[in-house]
Design a protein around this ligand. Structure first.
Ligand code: NAP
Ligand code: GCO
Length: 267
């Protein structure tokens, strides 16, 4: 067989959580381009409606669902609906996530818990909802969206880094526990990507000067640029396809080299 055919997702059902826009939307678009049928969810009706129009504009007949990934009952109902309307979920991408940038000593316990709930516990809920069916059908793919903060800390993101560090180990544990059922669980660790989530870090000031964090990230990235959601499309197709059937428990960092680099030295 021609090895490139291993990248085909024809006949597969992919669920990408939080895919109304941003990284999730790009990953869903990529998986659709490889032949997958797409389901996605978000929490807000206005986001869902706009996303359906955006997918349709790209020729993608995506099915959208209003579902909070932290609500186990709602997740169960969503999986049932997807199974009825598209078929059993073959590929799960745990993309939905939030960040709160607050100094840890000023962050409330509820704020910390909300980030952990969405960015870590929800991935457990989603995986638990699809694994039994994957086992019955002889296998499946789970892709968690980790982060630079799965490996590194920085000021004001204690909850987010704790969640993304935990998500790295949840990825490895699902790989360990379910590899025997031909379920591969891997992660993508994006670097700094231009999406609504990072917009506050890139806003220019009234005089049009770049945000200090923007300049900082460019200096920390060998590629000397922010990533775009397009940079994540190929890695997502790879980890969702047969081409990665012997890749399991891997965190694929798509970061322009940030994790390999100490940062631009004194010029
Ligand atoms: P984003 O632009 O803020 O989009 C987040 C998406 O998640 C939205 O569609 C949002 O839709 C949905 N969402 C949030 N909480 C949800 C919940 N409880 N239930 C269901 N949907 C929920 O974020 P992004 O930049 O695309 O990031 C996507 C993922 O990549 C996140 O896990 C993030 O941590 C990770 N990541 C981002 C970067 C980056 O630089 N941007 C880098 C590394 C990792 P609603 O608000 O309508 O629910
Ligand atoms: C931040 C950013 C990062 C990115 C991403 C990096 O405030 O540091 O939001 O956390 O979102 O996770 O990989």
């Amino acid at each position: 067989m021609n090895p490139i055919e291993n990248f085909s997702l024809k006949g597969k059902v992919a669920l990408v959580t939080g895919a109304a826009y941003g990284i999730g939307f790009a990953i869903a678009e990529a998986l659709a381009s490889a032949g997958a049928k797409i389901a996605f969810n978000c929490r807000r009706k206005e986001h869902l409606d706009k996303a359906l129009a955006d997918y349709a504009e790209k020729g993608i007949d995506a099915k959208g669902y209003l579902c909070d990934v932290t609500d186990e009952q709602a997740v169960g109902k969503m999986i049932e609906s997807i199974t009825e309307e598209l078929g059993a979920v073959d590929i799960l991408v745990n993309n939905a996530g939030i960040i709160k940038r607050i100094p840890m000593h000023e962050m409330s316990v509820d704020e910390f818990r909300e980030v952990i709930d969405i960015d870590l516990t929800a991935a457990f809920i989603m995986a638990k909802a699809v694994i039994p069916s994957m086992i019955e059908r002889g296998g499946g793919k789970i892709i968690n969206i980790c982060s630079m903060m799965s490996e590194l800390g920085r000021e004001t993101v204690s909850a987010y880094a704790s969640a993304k560090g935990g998500l790295k180990m949840l990825t490895r544990n699902i790989a360990s526990e379910y590899g025997r059922y031909n379920i591969q669980c891997n992660a993508i660790g994006p670097g700094y990507i231009a999406t609504p989530q990072t917009a506050p870090l890139r806003e220019r000031d009234a005089e049009g000067n770049r945000h200090p964090f923007d300049s900082f990230i460019v200096a920390k990235t060998p590629a000397e640029r922010w990533g775009t959601t397009d940079d994540l499309m190929g890695p997502a197709i790879f980890l969702a396809s047969r081409a990665s059937d012997f890749v399991n428990g891997h965190i694929l960092y798509v970061d322009g080299g940030i994790l390999a680099y100490i940062g631009r030295g004194p010029q």
